[in-house]
Design a protein around this ligand. Structure first.
Ligand code: PAF
Length: 285
């Protein structure tokens, strides 16, 4: 596995592979790798000749009061895990490499995809995500790029951008990876104390309760949201940020839920802000 830190080095490495018509899978990450990231690598490995992973804690997707400085970083460990998982190239650039001095061009999705959910409590977050992902897609020019379903809104926003800008890479969404007790894997789980981690299980349990309610015939968006909010709020260590129920593809919010439906929630447990979601297929009644 090669580790490159600059754009010229990356180009030198990828140019002959592109000339040879090799397919390239890109796994964009902010490092602090866990099994969730490694599942993206496995999917990229299965579909492509070459797997490139970017490791870059992107400053533009953090608001000034967020955890950019504290975000866990361990490049040496990431390199080891990525090599074991079969990554061919790690691109771990410094900030100037991605954002040259004087940088002033941003990409912003302005549809239902960026209305509410995480966008409400993280202003500017998705503008930072779409901007850095567009830059990474442009630098690597992959055949496919892989994103986790845990960040369901991010995935919907990136898909919208890829369609609107006719980006050539196929955007591939991969299932959420959970610990055996149901907690969705996240780099931010590292912030949880043992008690907070136990409390955080309420997120997935509440989403599962929403699934059961839907399967028993409750299709009112308001009622499903209220149910999940009530269940999470009953956990004393949880501070609910939002609960949403939206159409899974375009994130529009119909009063009566139908088709592929995303039920998503965000809550704080101590200093950790965690998100989780499920997708439920609702048949027309
Ligand atoms: O999901 C993430 O880790 C980040 O938002 C991404 C897609 C790597 C962009 O910085």
């Amino acid at each position: 596995m090669k580790v490159v830190k600059t754009v010229p080095e990356l180009n030198r490495l990828l140019a002959p592979l592109r000339a040879d018509d090799k397919s390239i899978g890109l796994v964009p990450t902010m490092g602090s790798l866990h099994e969730g990231h490694l599942s993206l690598v496995a999917a990229a490995r299965a579909d492509n000749d070459i797997v490139v992973m970017s490791v870059f804690v992107n400053p533009t997707q953090f608001a000034p009061d967020e955890d950019f400085e504290a975000y866990p970083r361990d490049l040496e460990q990431d390199i080891q895990l990525a090599a074991e998982a079969g990554v061919d190239v790690i691109f771990a650039p410094l900030t100037d490499e991605v954002y040259p001095p004087g940088f002033s061009t941003f990409i912003e999705v302005a549809g239902a995809e960026t209305a509410g959910l995480c966008a409400a409590s993280r202003p500017g977050h998705f503008r930072g995500v779409t901007t850095v992902v567009a830059i990474l897609l442009d630098l690597v020019r992959p055949t496919r790029a892989y994103f986790g379903q845990k960040d369901a809104q991010q995935l919907a926003v990136i898909r919208r951008m890829a369609i609107d800008l006719a980006l050539p890479a196929e955007i591939v969404g991969c299932p959420i990876v959970r610990d055996p007790d149901g907690l969705a894997l996240s780099s931010r789980n590292a912030y949880l104390s043992a008690t907070e981690r136990a409390a955080a299980l309420v997120l997935y349990r509440s989403l599962q309760a929403a699934r059961e309610a839907i399967e028993s015939g409750q299709h009112s968006r308001d009622k499903i949201i209220a149910l999940v909010e009530r269940l999470i709020a009953a956990e004393p260590l949880a501070e609910v940020q939002y609960v949403e129920a939206r159409d899974a593809a375009g994130l529009v919010a119909p009063p009566t839920l139908t088709g592929e439906t995303l039920i998503a929630a965000a809550a704080r447990f101590g200093t950790a802000r965690l998100i989780d979601n499920i997708i439920v297929e609702i048949k027309e009644t």
